[in-house]
Design a binder for this molecule. Structure first.
Ligand SMILES: NC(=O)c1ccc[n+]([C@@H]2O[C@H](COP(=O)([O-])OP(=O)(O)OC[C@H]3O[C@@H](n4cnc5c(N)ncnc54)[C@H](OP(=O)(O)O)[C@@H]3O)[C@@H](O)[C@H]2O)c1
Length: 334
C-alpha cells in the first residue's frame, strides 16, 4: 500500500456533520453515510479505498455500510475493509457504526441465499471473520424472502442481536406492509427494528407511497441508498459515459443504456436548480432525500475522496422552498 502509514483523524471531525436520531432509538447516524458496494472490492485499489475511508471519517462520516457479497468478488469489500480497519480504525471502533447484510446470493447451495436462520447466522459469522470484528453495529436482512416465514427471518435477527454478533437489527427493501409485519414480530421478540434501508432518489420515489409513513409510526429509522441513482444524478454523464465510471464498468449494475438523452436533459434541468442553490447536482440530489424528516441518513457511494467531500457539502443547504420543490416535481413530471 502506498498510502501514508500513520493515520491520525482530524480533531474537529465532529464539528460540522449533522447527526440524526435513528427512528425512536438511542442511536444517531451521520446525515451522510458511506457504502462500500462498489470500489472497495478485490479488483479495486486498496490505497484509494483507504484514502476514502480516512477522508470520510475526518469529515464526521461515522457510518460505513457493507454486505456479505460486496466486491467483486463476493466478500472482498469486507476483506478490504477489515484490512484497513485493522491498520487505521481499530482504536476508533467505538466511534464507528459498521453494518453488514445477508439476503442475496452468497455461496452455492440452498443455504447461501434468501432468509433462513441457517443462512443469516452463518453469513454474519463469515462477515465478522472477513472484517476481523467481534460484532457489527447493524445487521440487515437484505431483501424479503417470499418462501421463508417472516417469523423465522426476524427470529434469526433477534437471535443474532441476543448472541452479541450485532447490536441492532435492520431490514432492507421490504415493502410497507411487510415492514409493518416485520416490526411487529421484532417488537414482540424484544429486539425492535432499528432501521430500514430502501433505495430512494429523485428518480425513484416508491418509499413515499406508504413506507415512510409506516417507518414514522413505528419509530424505525431510514437510511436511503443510491440517492445519486448510482451516479446518474450527478454531472458524471452529462457529456457521455466517461472511462472508469460505473456505467462504463462491466461489473456494475448501472448499464450504459440507462444514460439516455432524456436522462441527460432531466439532469441538466435539475442542475440549473442546483446552481441557483449554490450546489452541485449531487448535492441537490442528496439534500432532496434528506428533506424528508423520516430519512435519517443518505447512504452514498464514491470512487474518490472528492465525491465524499461533495456529498458532505450537501449538508450546508438542505432546506427547500415550496417553489423549488414544485419546480423539481415539474421536471420529474410527477
Ligand atoms: N440495501 C441494498 O439493497 C443496497 C443496494 C445498493 C446499494 N446499497 C448501499 O448503498 C450504498 C450507495 O449506493 P450507490 O453507490 O449506488 O450510491 P450513489 O451515491 O447513488 O452512487 C454512487 C456513485 O455515484 C458516483 N458519484 C458519487 N458522487 C459523485 C459526485 N459528487 N460527482 C459525480 N459522480 C459521483 C460515483 O460513481 P463513479 O464510480 O462513476 O465515480 C459513485 O460510485 C452502497 O455502497 C451500499 O452500501 C444497498
Amino acid at each position: 500500500m502506498n498510502t501514508p502509514d500513520q493515520y491520525s483523524p482530524v480533531s474537529g471531525r465532529y464539528d460540522s456533520m449533522t447527526y440524526n436520531r435513528c427512528g425512536r432509538s438511542g442511536l444517531k447516524l451521520p446525515a451522510v453515510s458511506l457504502g462500500l458496494w462498489h470500489n472497495f472490492g478485490g479488483v479495486d485499489s486498496v490505497d484509494n479505498a483507504r484514502a476514502m475511508l480516512r477522508r470520510a471519517f475526518d469529515l464526521g462520516v461515522t457510518h460505513f455500510d457493507l454486505a456479505n457479497n460486496y466486491g467483486p468478488p463476493y466478500g472482498s469489500a469486507e476483506e478490504t475493509f477489515g484490512k484497513i480497519f485493522s491498520l487505521d480504525f481499530s482504536t476508533f471502533r467505538d466511534e464507528l457504526i459498521i453494518s453488514s447484510k445477508a439476503g442475496w446470493d452468497m455461496w452455492p447451495g440452498p443455504y447461501g441465499n434468501w432468509g433462513s436462520r441457517k443462512y443469516l447466522v452463518a453469513s454474519l459469522d463469515q462477515s465478522l471473520a472477513r472484517m476481523g470484528l467481534d460484532y457489527v453495529d447493524v445487521f440487515y436482512h437484505h431483501r424479503p424472502d417470499p418462501e421463508t416465514p417472516l417469523e423465522e427471518t426476524m427470529g434469526a435477527l433477534d437471535y443474532i442481536v441476543r448472541s452479541g454478533r450485532a447490536l441492532y437489527a435492520g431490514i432492507s427493501m421490504y415493502p410497507a406492509d411487510l415492514t409493518l409485519r416485520a416490526t411487529e414480530i421484532l417488537n414482540s421478540l424484544g429486539t425492535p427494528c432499528l432501521i430500514h434501508q430502501p433505495n430512494y432518489s429523485l428518480l425513484d420515489r416508491w418509499i413515499e407511497d406508504g413506507l415512510l409513513e409506516v417507518l414514522t409510526e413505528e419509530g424505525v429509522g431510514c437510511i436511503v441508498f443510491s440517492p445519486l441513482a448510482q451516479g446518474l444524478l450527478t454531472d458524471r454523464y452529462l457529456n457521455g459515459i466517461p472511462e472508469g465510471s460505473r456505467a462504463a464498468r462491466d461489473d456494475s449494475y448501472l448499464s450504459k443504456g440507462q444514460v439516455t438523452n432524456e436522462m441527460q436533459t432531466t439532469v441538466r434541468r435539475l442542475s440549473d436548480i442546483a446552481l441557483s442553490r449554490g450546489q452541485s447536482m449531487a448535492q441537490l440530489a442528496i439534500a432532496w432525500v434528506l428533506r424528508q424528516t423520516a430519512v435519517t441518513s443518505a447512504l452514498v457511494g464514491a470512487s474518490r475522496t472528492a465525491q465524499i467531500e461533495d456529498a458532505v457539502g450537501a449538508l450546508d443547504n438542505t432546506d427547500f422552498s415550496a417553489e423549488e420543490l414544485a419546480a423539481i416535481d415539474e421536471i420529474l413530471a410527477v
